[in-house]
Design a protein around this ligand. Structure first.
Ligand code: ADP
Length: 238
């Protein structure tokens, strides 16, 4: 078993307790999608492509009062060490659902009745926290597609490793740690749109974990904002 943390709180990948992995986001990387983004979040490598608003197929799924949002999170066969079956697993179906529910409050769907906005997420390489990284890329891809939004959605996990609360759990910490709590936030509105918890936390630990994750989400937001600025205002300034 790997040593997850040293006595003085240095984690297995050299980070401090409250340190995020390196994040880089590129906007508009796909020519054929209406909007797209590529994120590297530590060793996670994820592409998000958005189509829409466009006609709904099958037609009976259309809502006359509002647009609909569909999300597909998919892991490529080479995204993990053992070849992953390309067919959607229960885990991918669950993650697709929670990503959709995390993005939906931010997207102004009322403006586009009878249409669909499709978000396709391809995980090229996974290393723990891929649902949060996928959400971060998807929110930026929606903005890149020009979809009206109330806010961006910024996501980051916190967790418990070696009895300490840590920010941004990596794969090793996820597998061998005590808790993993992915959180998504609309950072300007201040609303949480995703909260999951795998593991057990005492009430006090939960509070600290939540605060830690929210700080992480706000830091992720700055990276998302900068990436969008870089595409739309070349010098990165407003
Ligand atoms: P998240 O990626 O959002 O943290 P999980 O907690 O379910 O989601 O997964 C944690 C990590 O486990 C993933 O990021 C990935 O590195 C690894 N993993 C997920 N599915 C598989 C799989 N089928 N085979 C090997 N590793 C996997």
């Amino acid at each position: 078993m790997t040593q997850l943390m040293t006595e003085d709180g240095i984690r297995c990948d050299g980070r401090r307790l409250d340190e995020l992995r390196n994040i880089s986001i590129k906007v508009g990387v796909l020519k054929n999608a209406d909007g797209s983004a590529y994120i590297e979040f530590g060793k996670n490598k994820i592409l998000a492509g958005v189509f829409g608003p466009r006609d709904v197929h099958p037609k009976h799924m259309a809502n006359p009062d509002s647009g609909i949002l569909r999300c597909r999170y998919h892991m490529s066969p080479f995204s993990v060490t053992e070849r992953k079956n390309p067919a959607p697993s229960r885990r991918e179906i669950e993650i697709s659902k929670v990503i959709k529910e995390a993005l939906q409050p931010a997207v102004i769907l009322k403006d586009y009745p009878r249409t669909v906005i499709d978000v396709f997420i391809e995980v090229l390489q996974a290393d723990g926290g891929s649902r949060c990284a996928a959400l971060d890329a998807a929110a930026v891809a929606l903005a890149d597609a020009g979809i009206p939004m109330r806010d961006l959605v910024s996501a980051c996990a916190a967790g418990k490793v070696a009895d300490r609360i840590v920010l941004d759990v990596n794969n090793e910490e996820d597998q061998e740690g005590q808790a993993d709590m992915p959180v998504a936030l609309m950072p300007n509105i201040g609303k949480v749109t995703l909260l999951q918890l795998d593991g057990m936390l005492k009430p006090e630990e939960f509070k600290t974990c939540m605060q830690t994750a929210l700080v992480g989400c706000k830091r992720v937001y700055e990276v998302q904002r900068k990436a969008l600025m870089e595409k739309y205002f070349q010098n990165g300034e407003q």
